[in-house]
Design a protein around this ligand. Structure first.
Ligand code: SF4
Length: 550
C-alpha cells in the first residue's frame, strides 16, 4: 500500500476507501496546490548505486518499499548532516496549533506518514534521527517526534486500513466534521447526502446548513456543439479548434471544455479524440435531425463492484420494482408541479395525478407501475398545452404527444430534449461506473440505454419539458425555425442554436434541493443522482431516492 493512502486513511477512512478501493480521484484547488508545493522535491536526485547517504547530502524523492511492512512510498527529502539523518515531507496548507500553547504542531495524518517513512528507511538500513513537515502556507518546518508511541500508532492504523480495504462496503461519511470542508473528494463522497440516502432520519438530524456547508461544486466548462456538416474539429496546442475549410471558426482551451457534441457529418481528428479522452471529456454524436446516436468516452472512473451490484439488483424482481416505482413516482410528482406552476389544468386533474403518484409507491409489480406511468403521462400531455401560452402561431398548437417522427414543432422539441437528456445521463452513468444499459423500469434492449432512461424520468418534466415551454413562451422560436418535411418536423440550424441556448440556461439554473437545503444546478443534480444510484448498486445505501421539486 502506498504511504499516501495510509495518510488518507488517517485523515478519513472513507476518503481512503474512495481512492484506494474505488479508484476515484478528484482534483481540486488543494490537490493542485499540493502538487505545486512538491514541485522541488518531485525533481528526483540522481540515483546513487548505494542507498547509503553520505554526510551533508540531500536526496529528493527517494523511493522506498518493504515487503514485510507491505508499504511503498516516496520520501520528499532525506538530509544527512553531522547530527544525523532527517526526513522532510512537504505539505500544502498550514500546521495545527496546540490547543494550550498555540505552538505549531504537525497534523496527525502527517505525523503518521513520517513514521511510516521512518519505518521504511529503517528497514533499508537507513535509520532516521529526526523528521519534520514543511508546511508551505506557514513557510516553516514543524518537527515530528519519532517515538515508539508514534510507530505503534502507525502500525495500528496500517492494520486498520488493510481491514477496511477488504470490506465490500464503503465506510460511512464523517458528519458535521470540518475535515469535509477541505476534502478534495467532497463532490463524489457527498457526506451529508450519503447520510440521508443511508438513513433519512440521520440525514435530517445533520441537516445541511446552507451558509457554512460545502456543497457539490458546479461543473465548470463549456459544451462545444458543432452542427455545420462541413466543419472539422481538430486539436492544436492545447486548444480544440472548429474549422471550416482553412478558416478557424472557434477555439476552445481544452481544459475549459466539459463535452463536445457533433451533429451529422462533422469530422473530428484522431488527435482531438485522444486529447479529449485523456481528459475524460466525452464526445456525443447526434444525427442531422438531433437524434442521439452514441458517444465516445474514456474508461469509467471506478471498478466493477457497482456494475456487478447493478446486475444483482436487476435480477431481484422486488428490488427492481422498488427502484422503478421511485423513478416513476418522482417523475409524476414533477410533472404535476410543472403543470401547477406553468399551466392551468383543472383541479381534478392535479388531484388525479397526485393519486396516481401516491399509488405508485405501493406497487410491487412492474406492469402495474407501467400502467400508472402511462395513465399519468396521458393526463399530463392532455393538459400540456395549458402551459404553452399566448403563441400567435397555429403551428405551435399541441394536440398530444407523437414521435418517431415528431409531427409538429412542440413534439419535435420534446423529442430533441429527451434525446439530449438521455445522452447526458448515459454519459454520467458511464462516467461514475454504472452500466447505462441495465435498466430497472425500462426493459434492457440491444442499444437502449435503459438505466439512463430510468434515471432521466424524474428530470423529463424539470429539464426537457421546461426548456420546450420556455422556448415557446419566451418567443425564442418561430415556425421558420423548423423544417416541415414528409419525414417529420425538425429544427433548422438556427432553431437548434436557440434550443441549445435554452438547454444550457436550464442546466445552469440553480434549484434548492428539498432534502439538503442548498442550491445546486440541474447539471450538478444529474451527477448527484447518478452517484446516489451508484451507491445503491454498491450496497452502501439501501434504496434510491428520486429528486422531486416543490
Ligand atoms: S468529504 Fe468528508 S466524509 Fe467524505 S471522504 Fe472527505 S473527509 Fe471523508
Amino acid at each position: 500500500m502506498p504511504v499516501r493512502r495510509l495518510h488518507n486513511y488517517v485523515y478519513c477512512p472513507r476518503l481512503f476507501y474512495l481512492q484506494w478501493v474505488e479508484n476515484i480521484f478528484v482534483e481540486d484547488a488543494n490537490t493542485v496546490a499540493g502538487t505545486h508545493a512538491h514541485r522541488n522535491t518531485d525533481k528526483a536526485s540522481p540515483l546513487k548505486e548505494s542507498l547509503d547517504l553520505e554526510e551533508r547530502s540531500q536526496h529528493r524523492s527517494l523511493a522506498v518499499s518493504s515487503d514485510s511492512l507491505g508499504l511503498t512510498g516516496v520520501v520528499d527529502l532525506v538530509e544527512s548532516t553531522a547530527d544525523g539523518r532527517e526526513i522532510v515531507d512537504y505539505k500544502n496548507g498550514s500546521a495545527r496549533r496546540h490547543h494550550e500553547t498555540g505552538e505549531r504542531i504537525a497534523k496527525d495524518n502527517d505525523a503518521i506518514q513520517l513514521a511510516a517513512y521512518a519505518l521504511l528507511l529503517g528497514e533499508a538500513n537507513l535509520p532516521v534521527d529526526r523528521a519534520s513537515i514543511y508546511y508551505a502556507a506557514d513557510r516553516s518546518r514543524v518537527p515530528v517526534e519519532l517515538d515508539d508511541k508514534l510507530f505503534a500508532r502507525c502500525k495500528e492504523k496500517l492494520a486498520e486500513a488493510r481491514r477496511v480495504a477488504d470490506e465490500t462496503v464503503c465506510p460511512p461519511p464523517l458528519l458535521d466534521d470540518a475535515r469535509c470542508l477541505h476534502c478534495s473528494a467532497y463532490s463524489v463522497c457527498l457526506p451529508k447526502e450519503s447520510a440521508f440516502w443511508g438513513d433519512p432520519t440521520v440525514g435530517q438530524e445533520h441537516a445541511i446548513d446552507d451558509k457554512v456547508a460545502p456543497r457539490p461544486p458546479g461543473d465548470e466548462g463549456e459544451i462545444v456543439v458543432v452542427q455545420n456538416p462541413r466543419a472539422k474539429v481538430a486539436c492544436r496546442g492545447g486548444e480544440i479548434q472548429v474549422r471550416l475549410l482553412k478558416e478557424v471558426l472557434t477555439k476552445h482551451p481544452i481544459h475549459q471544455i466539459q463535452a463536445v457534441y457533433l451533429y451529422g457529418g462533422v469530422q473530428i481528428s484522431t488527435q482531438a479524440v485522444q486529447s479529449l479522452l485523456s481528459r475524460h471529456i466525452p464526445i456525443g454524436y447526434f444525427s442531422p435531425a438531433g437524434r442521439f446516436l452514441g458517444m465516445t468516452s474514456g474508461l469509467p472512473q471506478s471498478g466493477v463492484d457497482a456494475r456487478l451490484g447493478q446486475a444483482r439488483l436487476f435480477e431481484n424482481r422486488k428490488i427492481r420494482a422498488t427502484i422503478a416505482r421511485e423513478c416513476i413516482r418522482a417523475k409524476i410528482h414533477n410533472q404535476r408541479v410543472l403543470l401547477m406552476r406553468n399551466g392551468s389544468p383543472p383541479k381534478p386533474v392535479l388531484k388525479e395525478l397526485a393519486r396516481i403518484r401516491d399509488r405508485c409507491q405501493h406497487q410491487t409489480n412492474l406492469d402495474s407501475i407501467r400502467g400508472l406511468e402511462g395513465a399519468a403521462a396521458a393526463l399530463y400531455f392532455e393538459h400540456f398545452a395549458t402551459m404553452v401560452k399566448g403563441s400567435e402561431f397555429e403551428e405551435f398548437d399541441f394536440n398530444g404527444r407523437n414521435r418517431r417522427p415528431p409531427r409538429d414543432p412542440i413534439n419535435s422539441l420534446l423529442s430533441q430534449g429527451y434525446s439530449i437528456l438521455a445522452k447526458e445521463i448515459t454519459g454520467m452513468a458511464h462516467a461514475v461506473g454504472l452500466d447505462p444499459f441495465i435498466g430497472f423500469f425500462h426493459q434492457p434492449r440491444y442499444g437502449r440505454p435503459a438505466l439512463a432512461l430510468d434515471l432521466m424520468e424524474e428530470f423529463r418534466p424539470l429539464i426537457a419539458d421546461s426548456v420546450v415551454v420556455s422556448l415557446i413562451n419566451r418567443r425564442e422560436l418561430e415556425p421558420k425555425d423548423f423544417q416541415f418535411t414528409a419525414r417529420g418536423v425538425f429544427l433548422s440550424n438556427n432553431g437548434r442554436r436557440q434550443f441549445w441556448r435554452a438547454w444550457f440556461r436550464r442546466l445552469d439554473t440553480e434549484v434548492k434541493h428539498p432534502q439538503f437545503g442548498y442550491r445546486m444546478s440541474y447539471r450538478r443534480m444529474l451527477d448527484v443522482q447518478a452517484r446516489q444510484f451508484w451507491r445503491v448498486c454498491r450496497g452502501d445505501v439501501p434504496t434510491y431516492h428520486g429528486f422531486t421539486t416543490r
